[in-house]
Design a protein around this ligand. Structure first.
Ligand SMILES: Cc1cc2nc3c(=O)[nH]c(=O)nc-3n(C[C@H](O)[C@H](O)[C@H](O)COP(=O)(O)O)c2cc1C
Length: 375
């Protein structure tokens, strides 16, 4: 398990824990001692990327997700970062604004969610009552609103630094606000932030610049998902758009790009995006030990991230290294609840005691020791 350098971070192995929302934040959307335990248990990953963390109250999408915009939240995350460091790991905070993937029921003051354009996503979302509600039509951001959100990302990065994180990952995928700017289906703006790909990548580049200025670009990563349709996303030409996004990020010297591109994608884009961004590449989605080794050995990736396998296998790197069986995670406990399905998955336990292959016997019987010898 070779180490790899992603910017200023030296990972002891190339297995990354992918970000996973688990909806177990404490009152005040604070990451609690439960989160510290959960992440520390998984500290043998070369790098942990936290669950999505909202940069502001209006950036929240789902119930019981943690933020990084209050003193109590900084304090909570400090305990998490310290616990991971004490266990020998590295951890970056995934910073996110949900944009239209939210609901007035979870917005401060019952406000309408904000987005690049007033286009309602299809479908429903969990509210604070843990019941599903139809999405509403979001309000289109004006330029002052855009600038305010960029400032929120910068402030959250400052808080991440204060909490002792090793870096931050900007969430620009999976249909949340930055992705909503990137993709045609959710961005119909006719100003400098809409239209041609060069314009649609502007918001991402401005967030990356603001965050890098605070955190250092060599401790800043970006996550994108060129093929994602989740959260009602669409774009007619991701193969054109995402290299343009990479190019717009090249001048910063980022630590890494984290690309969600299902293993076996016919016309892969991930390496091209990372190359245009002139940075290292973490790939994700659907990998197992064998396909991960293939990606690493072929130069298809610098590191591979795993999400679901890390839920039930806190010691995933050693299970992969030793080709040990993987436990299956219970989907019913992915989101919300207590320690069950969160902090109670054990590290690998062999069923039988491991016997040495050959019985080890001393070559010569030891000399009998005589009592009462003159020496
Ligand atoms: C329970 C769960 C929560 C997730 N939450 C996030 C998240 O907060 N941020 C994010 O970027 N991706 C999130 N994802 C997506 C994963 O990071 C990953 O891209 C996906 O699960 C595919 O990787 P895998 O095949 O290794 O599981 C989540 C996935 C799962 C299963």
């Amino acid at each position: 398990m070779e180490s790899v350098k992603l910017g200023a971070m030296t990972l002891l192995n190339r297995i990354v824990m992918a970000p996973m929302t688990r909806n177990r934040a404490q009152p005040g959307n604070v990451a609690g001692i439960n989160a510290a335990t959960y992440y520390a248990q998984r500290a043998s990953a070369g790098l942990i990327v936290t669950e999505s963390i909202q940069v502001s109250p209006a950036g929240q999408s789902y119930p019981a997700t943690p933020g990084l915009h209050s003193e109590a939240q900084v304090k909570g995350w400090r305990t998490v970062a310290r616990s991971v460091h004490a266990a020998g790991g590295l951890i970056v905070a995934q910073l996110c604004h949900g944009g239209r993937i939210s609901h007035p029921l979870i917005q401060p003051g019952g406000a309408t969610p904000l987005a690049p354009s007033a286009i309602k996503p299809d479908g429903q979302i969990f509210g604070p009552d843990w019941k599903k509600h139809d999405y509403v039509k979001p309000e289109a951001l004006d330029e002052a609103g855009i600038a305010a959100i960029i400032a929120e990302f910068a402030a959250a990065a400052e808080n991440a630094r204060a909490a002792g994180f090793d870096g931050v990952e900007i969430h620009a995928g999976n249909g949340y606000l930055i992705d909503q700017f990137l993709c045609e289906g959710s961005n119909r703006r006719d100003d400098a932030y809409g239209g041609a790909p060069e314009n649609r990548v502007r918001f991402l580049a401005e967030v990356a610049e603001a965050v890098s200025n605070v955190m250092g670009a060599d401790r800043t990563g970006v996550r994108v998902s060129p093929w994602n349709a989740f959260n009602d996303m669409s774009d007619s030409a991701p193969e054109k758009l995402f290299p343009v996004a990479g190019k717009a990020l090249a001048r910063f010297g980022l630590a890494y790009l984290h690309v969600i591109e299902p293993v076996g994608t016919k016309k892969p884009l991930a390496r091209k995006i990372a190359d245009t961004a002139q940075t290292k590449l973490i790939v994700n989605s659907g990998y197992d030990g064998k396909t991960a080794i293939k990606a690493l050995e072929s130069g298809g990736a610098d590191a591979v991230s795993f999400a679901k396998h890390f839920i039930a296998n806190p010691d995933l790197p050693s299970r992969l290294a030793w080709d040990l069986p993987l436990a299956e995670a219970d989907r019913a406990t992915y989101y919300g609840g207590g320690g069950k399905g969160y902090t109670d998955y054990p590290a690998y336990q062999p069923d039988e005691p491991i016997e040495p292959a050959e019985p080890v016997e001393p070559a010569e019987p030891p000399e009998p020791v005589e009592s009462g010898s003159p020496e």
